[in-house]
Design a protein around this ligand. Structure first.
Ligand SMILES: [Zn+2]
Ligand SMILES: [Zn+2]
Length: 140
């Protein structure tokens, strides 16, 4: 509903804290969401991580691709900068797009980056209310 053909040409840049990992993503963000699963909390060092999917990701920095850590063999892996430790991306085998840690983008203000729901909301800390669920289940 929010995606328009014009947004499909959009290009955004991002990178890690030290700048050795840089990337560009193309197109509108797919299913931006927060996640409070156990892996996200351990990996992210925070009660929630902020994810958005992109169909096309190019690694443009001097260090090339980030380091991939397999969280579920054959199913999921997460990427981080081996120099500064910044969390960058995730690949899940059942999802075609690459998950990007939105906070790794240089500009996080895009309307299409606003989280539509929160995965594992009851797993988050008690003092942080879950975000409103604006797109509960199916993406139309
Ligand atoms: Zn880095
Ligand atoms: Zn998670």
């Amino acid at each position: 509903m929010n995606a328009t053909p014009a947004e499909g040409t959009q290009e955004r840049a991002g990178g890690c804290l030290c700048g050795k990992i840089r990337f560009t993503v193309k197109g509108a963000a797919i299913c931006p969401h927060l996640c409070s699963c156990g892996h996200c909390q351990k990996l992210g060092g925070a009660p929630v991580m902020w994810w958005a999917g992109f169909c096309e990701v190019s690694w443009t920095g001097e260090a090339g691709e980030p380091t991939w850590y397999t969280t579920f063999e054959g199913e999921a892996r997460r990427a981080f900068c081996p120099h500064c430790g910044s969390r960058i991306a995730a690949i899940d085998s059942d999802i075609p797009d690459v998950g990007i840690n939105v906070t790794a983008l240089d500009d996080t203000s895009g309307e299409d980056l606003v989280p539509v729901n929160q995965s594992f909301p009851t797993n988050a800390v008690s003092w942080l209310p879950p975000i409103p669920d604006t797109r509960p289940s199916t993406v139309s």
